[in-house]
Design a protein around this ligand. Structure first.
Ligand code: PNS
Length: 169
């Protein structure tokens, strides 16, 4: 664990839904930092979320309940403002493939310019390098098996949503 200045890390994301790749980054961050705040963005810029904020929060809470130094929060607006508000020392991001680095690099530089907080990158475990929330949703709602790609609480919520969407169509 890093003592002192780097004690509080923020791991931001849409988590629509959380995947095993996200959980792997959270677990590894929890071993590095005194406290990890998993920060769910309320309105992702790239897409309208399939899961409500309440669902994303609840899924994450279930997934991290074995980690005593991890808490789940949500934020609106700029990540840099949120990071300053909660006095975090570092932003954590996962990198799956080299192409992730291109956008993450400029985002990290922007966030540092706005907040003076650095971003530290963890390489995703190679067994999750192809796993993204968007692909998990597509595969699942087209009938594919994603049990190995998402934590069990997430699979339960996804299955319930699929049942509701089938019965209402
Ligand atoms: O899981 P995602 O969708 O890759 O997460 C993206 C997220 C939430 C980290 C990013 O969109 C974000 O930080 N949004 C907050 C708005 C913001 O600060 N934008 C400026 C970053 S340059």
């Amino acid at each position: 664990m890093i003592e002192g200045r780097a004690a509080r890390a923020v791991y931001p994301g849409s988590f629509d839904p959380p995947t095993n790749g996200h959980l792997d980054v959270i677990e590894r961050s929890a071993r590095c930092f005194g406290e990890v705040v998993v920060a769910v963005v309320v309105n992702p810029q790239k897409h309208s979320p399939m899961f409500t904020l309440e669902e994303r929060n609840a899924m994450l809470l279930e997934c991290v309940k074995h980690l005593s130094n991890v808490r789940v929060e949500h934020f609106r607006g700029l990540l840099a403002d949120y990071v300053k508000k909660i006095e975090a020392n570092v932003i954590v991001k996962g990198l799956r493939v080299v192409s992730d680095f291109e956008s993450e690099m400029s985002t990290a530089l922007m966030n540092r310019a706005l907040s003076d907080v650095d971003t530290l990158f963890l390489m995703a475990d190679q067994k999750y390098s192809f796993v993204s929330s968007s692909m998990v949703k597509e595969v699942f709602f087209l009938g594919g098996d994603v049990a190995a790609l998402v934590p069990a609480p997430v699979l339960r919520v996804m299955s319930a949503k699929r049942t509701v969407s089938r019965s209402s169509s």
